[in-house]
Design a protein. Structure first.
Ligand code: SF4
Length: 393
């Protein structure tokens, strides 16, 4: 399983000094350069307009087209814009493709916790680290359905199930069969259903699709250049292969990353470049801020600042304007005002419920109150597979 979980961070500006220049100096140079050479936004493709997964009346502006040919320099120049200008761009792109009042509430449940053989350095569920998280068995079918019902009643329209497995091949067909039954039953409740079960081969992806899975989450976590500093037990290419299998099976792709792993700004740019130059953008892009977990190699990591989070969200919104950008792990440490800034920057989804797998998260009631204060409303479910099938026809 990759993760939208347990993340933490350091956004100390000194950490990003390189080549004798501070980040602000680098930003200022890049901004000057980009002012002289504006971002060459291409014209909007009509087919993209037709397949937009949201209210089409928001799709008629051509300043923020869906592009898959981003040059890394272009993304860097977006990322490095002065923060409020960047937030403005994120907010504008957001309004073209989505109703900005709608924020989707998703619920993530750990259906199989702990004991994972992978070595992701941020994760409390890895068996490599002494984090106090005990290995549990796969949850019972009825218990999962109960949680899905509770989530639906509390306003969630997407239910995500996470299993701390290396991948589906690690477990026998019986356990996978139980997960397929959960998927079918919850999809039958009218919710979007997402799963994050680790590596998937083609056959497993097709089985999930046939069971009714809406989306599969498999995060890249960070840039391909920095990746080996965080995970050694599976390769970046393995992750890309799983994403390819998911896409080929006709399942919507949920793929993002975690900031605060000790990476540089350039790694964040690189991650966004990888995501935004996929043949099709992930329909869902979780942006996580590391929640440092005790016992993991990253337990002492400094918290990510809201400004870094905003910068990442707004850049993701500009370069993948039609994707759901999800404000994910790390939200519990943000004030409502800080979360409002993230929504303004282009985030249009949150995870609700008191836990995000194993880490704390704001509770349903406090989110209700925040959404009321900010004039936000829940987003109804959208079944991407129907749009995908239309596009394939
Ligand atoms: S250690 Fe396992 S459960 Fe944790 S993020 Fe890595 S793959 Fe997922």
């Amino acid at each position: 399983m990759s993760q939208r979980i347990r993340t933490s961070l350091l956004s100390c500006s000194r950490r990003f000094i390189s080549g004798g220049k501070s980040q602000s100096a680098q930003i200022s140079e890049t901004v000057s350069a980009s002012a002289a050479n504006p971002i060459p936004f291409a014209s909007t493709d009509a087919a993209d307009k037709d397949s937009a997964p949201v209210n089409s009346k928001f799709v008629f502006d051509d300043r923020y087209p869906v592009r898959n040919d981003w040059a890394r320099e272009e993304i860097r120049s977006v990322y490095n814009k002065p923060l409020l200008e960047l937030v403005y761009h994120g907010a504008t792109a957001h309004r073209i493709y989505f109703d900005p009042r709608q924020v989707q509430r998703c619920t993530l449940l750990s259906i199989k916790t702990g004991g994972c053989p992978e070595d992701c350095k941020y994760c409390s569920q890895s068996s490599k680290y002494d984090t106090g998280v005990k290995a549990e068995r796969l949850m019972e079918f009825e218990a999962v359905l109960k949680k899905a019902n509770e989530a639906k009643e509390a306003g969630s329209t997407r239910f995500c199930m996470g299993a701390a497995w290396r991948g589906v091949s690690q477990v026998g067909p019986r356990q996978f069969g139980r997960v397929l039954n959960m998927v079918s039953e919850i999809r039958g409740m009218g919710m979007e259903v997402c799963a994050t079960l680790g590596l998937l081969n083609k056959e497993q992806a097709v089985a999930l699709k046939e069971a009714g899975l809406t989306a599969y989450n498999h995060n890249l976590d960070t840039s391909k250049e920095y990746y080996a500093n965080v995970i050694t037990s599976r390769a970046y290419g393995d992750r890309l292969k799983t994403l390819e299998n998911v896409r080929e099976a006709g399942i919507s792709v949920c793929c993002g990353g975690i900031i605060g792993l000790g990476e540089k700004h350039e790694d964040r740019v690189s991650l966004l470049h990888t995501l935004s130059t996929m043949p099709e953008h992930p329909e869902s892009v979780p942006v996580n801020a590391l929640v440092a977990n005790e016992g993991t190699p990253l337990e002492k990591a400094k918290p990510v600042g809201v400004w870094d989070l905003c910068r990442m969200i707004a850049t993701a919104r500009v370069v993948m304007p039609r994707s759901m950008v999800r404000l994910s792990a790390g939200r519990v440490s943000l004030s409502q005002a800080e979360q409002a800034l993230c929504f303004m920057a282009g985030a249009n989804s949150i995870f609700t419920g008191d836990k995000l797998l194993t880490t704390p998260n704001p509770e349903f009631d406090s989110d209700d109150s925040m959404m009321q204060t900010l004039g936000l409303v829940g987003k109804p479910p959208f079944f991407y597979e129907e749009a995908y099938e239309k596009r394939q026809a």
